[in-house]
Write a protein that binds this ligand. Structure first.
Ligand SMILES: [Fe+2]
Length: 236
C-alpha cells in the first residue's frame, strides 16, 4: 500500500476512490430505478444516473488537472453501502415499503459522497487547485440536491404510504389470528356454556348448596341474605 505522504497524495487517492464509487453507482442506479414503485422516485434515480455520469467526467478532468491518469481505485466504502442496501431491498416486498428501504440506502450513499466531495474540495482549495475545487464543488451541489430530493419524496408520500402498508399487513395478520382464535374459542365456549349457566343459576339461588361453593363474591344483590347480614354486622 502506497504511503500517503502529502495532502496532494491524499487528494489524488480520494479522487481515484470517488471515481470508482461513481462507477459502482452507475451500475446500481438503473436497478434502483427499475425497482421503484413510486414514479417520482424512479425519475429521481434516473436523473441522478445522468448526473453521476457527469460526476465521472469531472473526476477524470480533476485527475488530469493534477497531472494524474484517471484510474479508479476500489472504493470499499461504496461497495459495502451498496451491498448492504441491496440485501435489505431484496428481502422487502415490492411497494412503498421497498421504496422507503431504497431511499434509506440511497441517502446513505449520498451522504458518503457529500463527505468525500466536501473534504476533497476543501483540500483542493487549500492546495490552490482552483479548477479541481470548482469541479468538485459543482458535483457536491448536485449530490446535496439529490439528497434533498430523496428527503422530499420520502416526506411527501413514501414514508406515510410505507407506514400504511405495514398497518394493512398487520391488520391482515390480526384478522387471520382472530379467525384462528374464533375457531378454538367456539369449541371452548360450548364447553364452558354449561358451567356458565350453572354459575348464573347459582348466583340467583336456583341451584343447591354444592354449587354455591363456586360462587364469586359479587355485588350486594348477588350475595345471600345471610351473607348480607354478616357484612352489616361487621360494619357496626
Ligand atoms: Fe455522484
Amino acid at each position: 500500500m502506497a504511503t500517503v505522504a502529502s495532502l496532494q497524495t491524499h487528494l489524488v487517492e480520494e479522487l481515484a476512490d470517488l471515481l470508482d464509487a461513481e462507477d459502482q453507482l452507475t451500475e446500481a442506479l438503473p436497478k434502483l430505478a427499475r425497482s421503484a414503485s413510486s414514479k417520482v422516485l424512479r425519475l429521481a434515480f434516473q436523473k441522478h444516473l445522468k448526473e453521476t455520469r457527469g460526476h465521472i467526467t469531472r473526476l477524470k478532468q480533476a485527475l488530469r488537472a493534477i497531472g494524474e491518469k484517471p484510474a479508479p481505485k476500489t472504493c470499499k466504502g461504496m461497495k459495502g453501502l451498496l451491498q448492504e442496501g441491496e440485501t435489505v431491498m431484496n428481502k422487502t416486498p415490492e411497494g412503498a415499503l421497498r421504496d422507503a428501504v431504497m431511499i434509506t440506502g440511497a441517502q446513505k450513499v449520498e451522504h458518503y459522497e457529500m463527505a468525500s466531495y466536501g473534504t476533497a474540495r476543501t483540500y483542493a482549495e487549500v492546495l490552490g487547485e482552483t479548477t479541481i475545487a470548482r469541479l468538485l464543488a459543482q458535483t457536491l451541489r448536485e449530490e446535496k440536491g439529490a439528497d434533498r430530493t430523496l428527503t422530499q419524496i420520502a416526506e411527501k408520500s413514501v414514508n406515510e404510504d410505507a407506514a400504511e402498508e405495514w398497518q394493512a399487513s398487520e391488520e391482515e395478520g390480526v384478522l387471520s389470528r382472530s379467525a384462528e382464535w374464533a375457531g378454538s374459542a367456539a369449541t371452548s365456549a360450548s364447553r364452558n356454556l354449561a358451567s356458565g349457566v350453572r354459575r348464573v343459576a347459582s348466583a340467583v339461588g336456583m341451584v343447591d348448596g354444592r354449587r354455591s361453593t363456586t360462587r364469586r363474591r359479587g355485588s350486594r344483590a348477588q350475595r345471600s341474605p345471610r351473607s348480607r347480614r354478616r357484612t352489616a354486622a361487621k360494619k357496626r
